[in-house]
Structure formats: C-alpha cells, structure tokens
Design a protein around this ligand. Structure first.
Ligand code: SF4
Length: 375
C-alpha cells in the first residue's frame, strides 16, 4: 500500500515563519494543474504494482484551487494508478478559503478529510504570524465544516513569544469545543531566511523560549489525553480511528509518490525530490523531463530514518526489527547510545520496543540524532 502526495505551491500571502515551497503569484496556477497531471502520467510506471491508499493535497495552500481543479487531479490519480476502494483523501485548507459554499462543494466531492490551518484562535497571534485569516473566520469555518465532515484535523502553533500558558490552554479548549477528532500541533520554530528570523534578529519581537514551548507541549498532551486523544506522533493527536492514514504510512516507512514542485518520493530504497521552483518545474515537465534528484539510501541512512521517525511515534523503535533488518552491530550500538537516556528517564524499553518517556518526548529529535550511526 502506498500514498500519493500532491503539492500545490501557491499561497495568498507568506506566513512569517514558513519555509515551505510556495509562490504568492497565482499567475501560473492553471499551467501548474496541467503540469501536475502530466507528471503523474510521466511517472505512472513507477508505482505500477502498488495500490494507492491515501491521496494528500498539501502545500502551499491546496484550497486556492477550484473544486474542478481538485476533481481533475483526483481523476488523474485514478487514471494513472491503482487506488483502493475508499482511499483517505485529505485536503489542506485555510480558513479564509472555507466559506459555506466551498465546504459544501468539498463535501460533495471525493475529499473525505480536511486539514485546516487554524494555528491560533487569537487575533494578535494570527497577525504576528501574518496568516491570511482572522479568528472569526477560523471559528466560522469550523462550525460549518464539522456539520459536513467528521474527519477534520486542525493545526495549532505553540511557543509563540509572549503566549502565556493560560492563553495556550484557551486555544486548546476552543479547538476542543468544535469536537474535532484530530489535532496537529507544532512548536513555532525560526527557520533561516524567514520574516520571523529577521524580526527576532532586529529585536522587533522577543526570541523564542524553549522552556515555554516545552510547558505548552505538556499542557497540550495533558489536555488532549484527558479528552480522549491518542498522542500517536510527536506533533499529532487523534481520537481512535482518526489517525492520519497518510502520515502514519510515511512514519511507518511505506512508499509514497510526491507530485509537484518540492515534493518528495520514497520507493522503499531511494528518496527523490522535485525541484523547489515553479518556473523550472513547469519548464521541465513541458519538455517531458522529471525535475528531480535522487538519493540512494544506504543501510545506515535507513537505520537513522527509522530511529528518527520511530522515536517520534507511539509505536517506537522495535529492537527486533533493528536486529533483523540492520544486524547485531546496529542493535548493540543503539543499546549502548540509549543507556544514558534510559537512566535519565528520557527513553524506556518496553516489550522490546525503545520509546521516549513522557519526559523525553519533547526532546525526541535531539535524542534521535544522538542515536544515529555515522556513515
Ligand atoms: S499558508 Fe501554509 S504554506 Fe502558505 S505560507 Fe502560510 S504556513 Fe506556509
């Protein structure tokens, strides 16, 4: 089973913290939709023996596309790949695009999961992030969307400068009041070359506080677990039966094909990624060329990836899998590197599975990098 990811590289405006690939010029939108379909056609043989289980529209902002464009892309997936009977079809959408009419159009289409970029219910946070929507739009779209979709996820950002624990808790409680079954929540991070980076450097806003982000993270876990959510991945919480199938497949190392500028693909052995430039992508596709680079993953790369994703999830890292797939040397190295984290109560081994403890969860990426094998 595999997934297909379709990257829609357009946004109405640039959020201050974002380093994803997108353009704020919509001029090439129609040309892009045709190119995405053509890329699927050019790559139809890559996944010939695979069955597509999930279709994911990410970005950028997929909700800038018309419903006809989205249907056209879904039809192309069905035309060029084998698809299971009821695939999970997720569309990332921003609240400013989601008026009642659009939500109804989505509900009457094959889309069966919405991932809505709310980020915060507070006006000042949204302005600081330079989001295109306001708090009223976020609430209004959730009120209507929950009447037509049962599978909804929202994104929330914590660790904002000056965000008190009380304010963060209020954000979570507002989210819970809509009775949605999935929440993805990320700590605000400062990526190089973003507006946020410049603002912090110039002193116009305070630097981010790691301790505050960690407090927010623990408030989030406690509050969501109290309300029946399973913390199944570092940044993801779902009610049972509502985990993201698309992302779970990715974390469990299944194959996926990424279509569109900057999209990544994984075929079980190689990872490849398309050029993160709309014009160069369009030019290459028009010439029937695939604008991608490929990296062959060594055994060590595969071990490192498994450690990184495994520690982020509640499935953890299976020591048996490490031994059978990578060998005794890797297992011994892992156990040796893990020792100090186990004695500091940041990692634990349960039923032959290595996992982060509640205390270690927030630090899982840093711990994982210390367990990596060097090439
Ligand atoms: S809408 Fe999403 S992809 Fe676009 S700039 Fe904002 S965070 Fe980035």
């Amino acid at each position: 089973m595999s997934g297909i990811y379709i990257h829609i590289p357009f946004c109405k405006q640039a959020c201050h913290y974002c380093d994803f690939h997108f353009s704020t010029s919509m001029k090439k939108k129609d040309e892009m939709v045709l190119a995405l379909v053509k890329e699927m056609e050019l790559r139809k043989n890559e996944f010939q023996n695979e069955i597509i289980e999930t279709i994911y529209f990410g970005g950028g902002t997929p909700s800038v596309l018309s419903i006809d464009d989205i249907r056209f892309l879904i039809d192309a997936v069905y035309k060029h790949y084998q698809v299971v009977e009821n695939p999970e079809i997720t569309l990332e959408a921003n609240p400013d695009d989601l008026d009642n009419e659009i939500i109804l159009q989505y509900a009457n289409s094959p889309i069966n999961r919405l991932s809505i970029g709310v980020q915060s219910f507070f006006e000042d946070d949204l302005q600081l992030m330079n989001r295109a929507h306001n708090s009223a739009e976020a609430k209004k779209c959730l009120e209507f969307a929950t009447q037509h979709f049962d599978n909804i996820s929202i994104d929330l950002i914590y660790g904002m400068p000056n965000m008190s624990n009380e304010k963060w808790l209020q954000n979570i409680e507002t989210a819970l009041s809509f009775n949605i079954p999935h929440i993805s929540s990320y700590a605000l991070t400062v990526e190089p070359k973003t507006a946020l980076h410049k603002m912090i450097k110039s002193g116009s806003i305070p630097a981010l506080d790691d301790d505050l982000a960690q407090q927010h993270f623990h408030i989030l876990i406690d509050k969501l677990q109290e309300n029946g959510f399973v913390h199944y991945e570092l940044s993801n919480f779902g009610k049972p039966d509502y985990f993201s199938k698309n992302n779970t497949a990715y974390w469990l190392g299944k194959k996926y094909i990424g279509i569109g500028p900057s999209a990544h693909s994984y075929n079980g052995k190689n990872r490849s990624w398309n050029i993160a430039n709309n014009s160069l992508y369009l030019k290459a596709i028009a010439e029937n060329k695939l604008p991608s680079e490929t990296e062959i993953l060594s055994k060590t790369d595969q071990y490192n990836e498994y450690i990184m994703t495994g520690l982020r999830t509640f499935w953890g890292v299976s020591l048996e899998r490490i031994e059978t797939e990578f060998g005794a040397d890797y297992l011994n190295y892992l156990l040796q590197q893990s020792e100090k984290y186990i004695s500091d109560n940041l990692l634990e081994i349960e039923n032959n599975v290595l996992k982060t403890t509640k205390k270690g969860k927030f630090l899982s990426d840093g711990i994982a990098s210390d367990l990596f094998m060097l090439n």
